[in-house]
Design a protein around this ligand. Structure first.
Ligand code: CA
Ligand code: CA
Length: 457
């Protein structure tokens, strides 16, 4: 069984005393009004929306989606040490990357509009081996155990049992989840009151070693433990760290249908967030007032904005082909003029371009493949294939369609290439890369240009 569920504090006190002790004290208790909390070594990220424009907030988080639906608001919670919150209507998100850790706590304040409807998806904590500035999809796909796991702290109507937005639950994806649509973990069934601010906290703790099922997730509402679930083997490698925070407000008409909402057209889909703290230990609600009245935290920035923090920097070039003095060992196409200026490129058709035994590069975390591609005709479903001796199969890196609008740089870490359509099988990591092939879907006469191919150690 994946994940043992414990309802209520009483059973929790018996079986998990250490976790229960955290309910009464947290990092916030040390910093009145959160003043200076960003300086605590356990704190990874702080955002109180007191500093900067929405654009500047999006820039320091690293990704903002549907900016036009996001604004700053003067609506703040009763214990707020500041004067502004952030407001999202209909759909939108902020997405960021704290430093990667084995245990992450995230605290946020949230208020739903008093006429709120049901919500499709909400705030997520994510562990991603190959973090990108933007959140990846993955609905309906079981992630590989060395690649990704995630949990969403979400309001749910539980099929119409509760009025909108419902009760809190976890919506969880990992390699051992029970269905390809994830697993749901219900905590205390306390109805969320629309129009009222709440302090919500979620914790995700990775399993301590790949074979142990001792991972945990838990959530608190206004400082009270409302859900605690353990027994998870979240990951198969401890190189996979919890490193992403997704302040998501995703609305569709689906939850209104699933919950038999009698009047979905009367709903106002708006939400406010404030006073976000992400840390490696329990935080707790804002305590007391700042010494100097109102305060502004020094804003945090995404760890992805500092090269080498979350993803190792690529090393030296182990192989290069610029096609100026020949095919460089590539087959399947031919060298042509036309890469811009005096440069030459390698032109190939849908059956592809490939190269074998001209290099032998051990695939480490930093190993990176980079190239420029230009479609001269139809070029759909471009895919890179790298034969893996270790896996006895091709590892794939799916590029997708190449638009006919000039050169595009494609860069990926070699370990992102995986077997199986959808790239959900074993990775190329740990193999020696000695081959490369790129194909696409197009007509017989359609061509793609390849140039500046490089493998970095
Ligand atoms: Ca604020
Ligand atoms: Ca060239």
């Amino acid at each position: 069984m994946n994940g043992r569920t414990i309802y209520g504090l009483l059973s929790l006190l018996v079986t998990a005393g250490a976790a229960a002790a955290q309910v009464t004290s947290g990092i916030a208790a040390k910093y009145l009004g959160d003043e200076g909390i960003e300086n605590d070594p356990r704190v990874l990220f702080v955002e109180n929306f007191e500093t900067g424009t929405v654009e500047e907030i999006g820039a320091r988080w690293g990704h903002i989606y549907l900016r036009e639906n996001i604004s700053l608001s003067q609506d703040v919670h009763g214990g707020s040490p500041g004067e502004r919150s952030i407001h999202i209507r209909n759909n939108g998100h902020l997405f960021t990357h704290p430093q990667g850790v084995d245990t992450m706590y995230a605290r946020f304040y949230v208020k739903f509009h008093e006429k709120t409807g049901y919500i499709h998806h909400f705030v997520h904590l994510v562990a991603d081996r190959n973090p990108k500035p933007w959140p990846k999809g993955g609905a309906g796909e079981t992630p590989p155990g060395d690649e990704k796991f995630s949990t969403g702290i979400e309001p749910t109507g539980r099929w119409g049992k509760y009025p909108p937005p419902g009760v809190w639950n976890f919506y969880t994806y990992w390699h051992e989840m029970e269905t390809k649509w994830g697993s749901v973990y219900n905590g205390k069934q306390e109805v969320i009151e629309p129009g009222r601010w709440y302090c919500v906290e979620a914790m995700l703790k990775a399993n301590s070693s790949p074979e142990k099922a001792d991972g945990v997730q838990a959530f608190w509402v206004d400082g009270e433990l409302h859900g605690y679930f353990d027994g998870f083997r979240w990951r198969t490698t401890d190189k996979l760290k919890i490193n992403s925070f997704w302040l998501l407000y995703y609305c569709t008409d689906q939850p209104a249908r699933h919950n038999n909402d009698p009047n979905p057209e009367s709903r106002v889909m708006e939400v406010w967030f404030d006073d976000i703290v992400i840390a490696t230990e329990y935080i707790g609600p804002v305590q007391g007032r700042p010494a100097g009245g109102a305060k502004k935290a020094r804003p945090s920035h995404s760890a992805l904005l500092t090269p080498g923090v979350l993803v190792p920097e690529p090393g030296a070039a182990a192989f290069e082909a610029d096609f100026e003095a020949g095919d460089g060992g590539f087959s399947g196409g031919r060298v042509v003029e036309g890469a811009g200026g005096d440069s030459k490129a390698y032109s190939f058709g849908p059956k592809g371009a490939w190269i074998w035994n001209r290099f032998g590069v051990p695939v480490r975390e930093s190993t990176t493949v980079r190239m420029r591609l230009k479609a001269l005709g139809e070029a759909k479903q471009a895919i890179i294939l790298i034969w893996s001796k270790k896996n006895g199969d091709n590892c794939r890196y799916e590029i997708g369609s190449l638009p006919k609008d000039g050169w595009r740089t494609v860069e990926f870490r070699a370990m992102e290439a995986r077997t199986g359509w959808g790239m959900k099988g074993p990775s190329l990591e740990g193999d020696v890369m000695d081959n490369f092939k790129i194909i696409f879907e197009g007509g017989e006469d359609d061509r793609v240009l390849l140039d500046d191919f490089v493998i970095l150690e």
